[in-house]
Design a protein around this ligand. Sequence first.
Ligand code: FE2
Ligand code: FE2
Length: 139
Amino acid sequence: MAPLRPNWQPSYASGNTQVDNEHQGLFEVLHSVADAIEEGKSAPTIYVLLNYLVRECVAHFANEEALMRASGYPEADRHAEIHRRIAGRITRLLAENAGRGVDELEVVATLFYDAVVLHMLEEDRRFFPYVRPPERCAA
Ligand SMILES: [Fe+2]
Ligand SMILES: [Fe+2]
């Protein structure tokens, strides 16, 4: 199974610099995980990267929730609850796979891909219009 490597597309951008920088940062960590697996790095090295991804993801969720609330996004509570569930799942998965081999960690990486990329493509899109800077008038 080849490691998943998400490619950033311009259509993924929210228009909010902080959100977009953080999303691209998470993509970069996923790339680092894929690189480490492809290069045959050891399980502890891959585990450190996955641990870093979880911490970055949790930090991003907190920042995103603060932005959503500040922007008046009406579904901020529901979105924060989704974050809480994802954060719990990836934290648990990581803990359960401590000391496991590369094959198991590759499965964990795939599940993290779902948590990060699919969440961004589906759920995050709903608040993008609220955090986008206002369009400048053409006049
Ligand atoms: Fe996000
Ligand atoms: Fe989100």
